[in-house]
Design a binder for this molecule. Structure first.
Ligand SMILES: O=C(O)CC1=CCC(=O)O1
Length: 92
């Protein structure tokens, strides 16, 4: 099951720089582990924003929910999820 996910990140302005750097590094490692496992096949930066569009390929709504809830940046994100179905014109 594929999902298009928009993550909009808003870190508190008073968060110490070291704490922010540590959360971002943990987020990167978590994301790259899921990318290598094939669960997170696409991640794109939104130009000019601290936001991304990602594609997830998971087995269930619950699996996606668990992945998103465990993002280190989850407490600082607004997340929008769009479930994707195969387009009838897709030639693949
Ligand atoms: O910087 C972002 O868009 C947030 C994020 C999600 C996975 C990752 O590595 O960073």
């Amino acid at each position: 099951m594929k999902y298009l996910v928009h993550m909009d990140i808003d870190l508190p302005t008073d968060m110490p720089a070291e704490e922010a750097a540590e959360i971002k590094a943990t987020e990167k490692a978590y994301s790259q582990q899921l990318q290598r496992a094939g669960k997170w096949p696409e991640i794109w930066r939104v130009v000019g924003e601290y936001a991304n569009y990602s594609v997830f390929d998971v087995d269930s709504h619950d699996e996606l929910h668990d992945i998103l809830q465990n993002l280190p940046l989850f407490p600082y994100m607004d997340i929008t999820v769009v479930p994707l179905a195969k387009h009838p014109s897709d030639v693949k």
